[in-house]
Design a protein around this ligand. Structure first.
Ligand code: C5P
Length: 318
């Protein structure tokens, strides 16, 4: 995430993520699933600002920032692609900052402004990324000096993907293998990828998708994908990617199959659903190819389409 300090206001960019690989390894006693996933941060951002206040109240002003995107895509009704914004008290940003305030006994409060572009209920990690950005910004705005490990421990209780955004943000590559519930992070330096993200109309609920999933007898391995990501050739990425949540998600949203068919016709390097869906991504040969694929998908009217690249977050900050 990009951190900028303006007097006492701290501004942070919160990137989206995609899961290039997601395999389920078992069901845990706590009801969650043990998994292995390869996550990469991409250049579609929410923007967050934290201004410290003398009063202990936390205030959150959260809204979509989609004017230009809606115009470019000629949407009459952007709401069907974006999903709902939760009430302030249940927003992960509010809950994360409240938790930090109470755990660190902070006497001050904060005004938080969140402007969102990452569609929700898409598997692109928007809410988790916002929460990670809020923790980093509040930590800085209140001058707490908490380590990323400390923030990560707090965050893991709020959402399985938040530690990825904290670690990827700190370590800079924006790419990691996550295990456990998703909270054990091992960062790696992979190649730059040019991608297209698509959010079809209608999002999916993560618990609902997990409820329908099946644990495989012989789990797939991420090894082939990992060696391709570490090598120089974008086109060496396996054409068939794994996301074990894809089958249950497709039962809930027939639009995912339509996206798979279209991406196949567009001759992309590889394509797959992200996280628990309904968001989808296509890996393209290069940036011009990504722009071309994005234009074709927009013309096919399949939803909200973004041409993005992997984003090394430390590089952005410098
Ligand atoms: O942790 P998070 O709030 O993102 O999880 C949302 C839901 O997804 C959980 O309530 C659970 O149903 C499911 N989940 C899971 N195993 C994981 C991560 C999430 O079963 N590792």
């Amino acid at each position: 995430m990009l951190l900028q300090r303006l007097a006492s206001k701290v501004s942070v960019l919160a990137p989206a993520k995609i899961n290039l690989f997601l395999e389920l390894l078992g069901k845990r006693p706590d009801g969650f699933h043990e998994l292995e996933t390869v996550m990469i941060a991409v250049s579609l951002f929410d923007r967050l600002e934290v201004t410290p206040q003398d009063e202990p109240t936390i205030e959150l002003d959260c809204a979509w920032e989609i004017g230009q995107m809606a115009q470019a895509n000629q949407w009459d009704d952007p709401a069907q692609f974006l999903g709902d914004l939760p009430p302030m008290e249940s927003n992960l940003v509010y809950r994360a900052v409240k938790l930090l305030q109470s755990e660190e006994s902070v006497p001050r409060g904060a005004k938080i402004v969140l402007r969102k572009r990452i569609p929700s209920a898409s598997g692109f990690g928007g809410a988790s990324s916002d929460a990670a950005a809020a923790l980093v910004a509040a930590n800085q705005a209140w001058g707490l000096g908490c380590s990323i490990e400390r923030l990560s421990d707090l965050a893991a209780a709020l959402g399985s993907d938040i530690p990825f955004f904290l670690h990827a943000g700190q370590l800079g590559s924006g790419q990691a293998i996550a295990t456990g519930r998703g909270e054990k992070i091992e960062a790696f330096e992979g190649k730059r990828l040019d991608l297209v993200l698509i959010r079809p109309a209608g999002g999916l609920s993560t618990p609902e998708v997990f409820r329908r999933c099946q644990i495989p007898h012989s789990p797939e391995s991420a090894e082939g994908l990992m060696s391709a990501l570490r090598s120089d050739r974008q086109t060496s990425i396996p054409r068939k990617l794994t996301n074990r949540l894809s089958s249950p998600a497709r039962e809930l949203s027939p639009r995912i199959d339509r996206l798979a068919t279209l991406c196949e016709q567009l001759d992309v390097v590889a394509h797959q659903m992200s996280g628990s869906g309904s968001g989808y991504f296509a890996i393209c040969r290069n940036r011009p190819h990504a722009l071309q694929v994005a234009a074709r998908l927009r013309a096919a009217n399949v939803g909200m389409v973004f041409a993005v690249t992997t984003c090394g977050i430390r590089a952005l900050r410098n």
